[in-house]
Design a protein around this ligand. Structure first.
Ligand code: BGC
Length: 339
């Protein structure tokens, strides 16, 4: 059962509480929702950008660690350029030359990454104030965030109604359910930009973390990190994570694709895809939680998504959403320990 505890109360297992997190630049209040599951794990989520601010899960001894990078106040998220924990839309990753064609009409988008559009444009969903509602959930604590992205926002067509339901389950999974509808044909690719460090945020790099990605192929990129259109076999390359492999063992190999990304910054081909990003652009300049400087490769991201630049790549799976259709995807990050 979800109960709304009084502001300022210490979170109790099996509860969701709400507290103030600061203000937007135009003075609107920003909230922080603390979801505590029955086993004591805790996810804090703000309605500013829908960001997961902290995620405290137990290690093998039962000790909780906060495994995501973030900021202590709303201001951090207002100024953020790394998309820490944020909801990303309308289009996760890049759209080349900030444009695409739908039914013969060219749509021009906001450019925010050289000539290209990254993560929805200058004011993506990560900079929106979402409407939050605590929902009853059978298997944990749930928070629904809704946002109406108006026709033409950042250049995208259609009034798009988006709902994201976060659930921290009682078995220590963070489930994210994305839904959307549009009143005009559009393109859509929603994701969540969590930066994970399973040793705890602020504890250094993630090069020793073991990673498995069950993908046979990835999408190589050009110098602007736009896919070339090729689906390349991971076999025999440093991109092969089909067996558990430490993230850092091959990251600095003399490989053209690793050089272009400054490390891993590539989409793996699943159904549909996942962007594996090793925080190569983190430079420690903006202090994070507790004043920690997050440096290069101090976290990794696994952003479930469609392939980058799909609106311009006819061979990639379609990202078109039509009026009357219901966009619906689910991503679950499950935390467990080996004893
Ligand atoms: C992209 C990176 C980008 C990062 C932060 C990732 O999803 O692939 O190239 O630097 O997000 O914006």
């Amino acid at each position: 059962m979800t109960t709304l505890a009084p502001i300022g109360a210490t979170p109790q297992p099996g509860s969701t509480t709400k507290k103030s997190f600061g203000k937007t630049p135009d003075g609107q209040p920003v909230d922080l929702y603390v979801l505590t599951n029955k086993s004591g794990a805790e996810a804090s989520i703000t309605n500013y950008g829908g960001a997961v601010v902290s995620l405290k899960v137990p290690d093998r001894t039962g000790k909780l660690a906060d495994v995501v990078l973030g900021y202590d106040t709303a201001d951090g998220y207002v100024n953020d350029k790394s998309y820490f924990g944020a909801l990303v839309g309308r289009y996760g990753n890049r759209i080349a030359h900030a444009q695409f064609v739908l039914d013969g009409k060219t749509y021009t988008l906001a450019k925010n990454n050289g000539e290209n559009t990254l993560h929805g444009g200058v004011k993506g969903f990560n900079k929106a104030l979402w409407t939050a509602k605590i929902l009853p959930a059978k298997d944990g604590q749930s928070l629904e965030l809704s946002y109406l992205s108006k026709d033409g926002e950042e250049g995208f067509p259609g009034n798009l109604k988006v709902s994201v339901i976060y659930t921290l389950t009682d078995t220590n999974a963070l489930r994210i359910v994305y839904s959307a509808t549009t009143d005009k044909k559009t393109v859509l690719n929603l994701t969540s930009h969590g930066y994970f460090n399973l040793a705890g945020q602020g504890s250094g790099d993630i090069l020793g973390h073991l990673l498995t990605i069950q993908a046979d192929k990835f999408t190589p990129v050009d110098a602007a990190l736009i896919p070339t259109g090729e689906l390349r076999d991971v076999a025999g390359t440093p991109f092969d994570f089909r067996k558990p492999t430490a993230i850092g063992v091959r990251i600095d190999q003399d490989d053209e694709q690793l050089k272009l990304g400054g490390g891993y910054d590539h989409n793996y081909v699943l159904r549909p895809g996942v962007q594996f990003y090793t925080g190569n652009f983190l430079d420690g300049k903006t202090p994070g939680k507790g004043g920690v400087a997050y440096l290069r490769r101090n976290a990794f991201c696994l952003e479930t998504q469609h392939y980058p630049d799909s609106p311009n790549q006819p061979k990639f799976p379609s990202v078109v959403l039509n009026p009357g259709e219901h966009y619906h995807t689910i991503t679950t990050y499950k935390f467990s320990v080996e004893k």
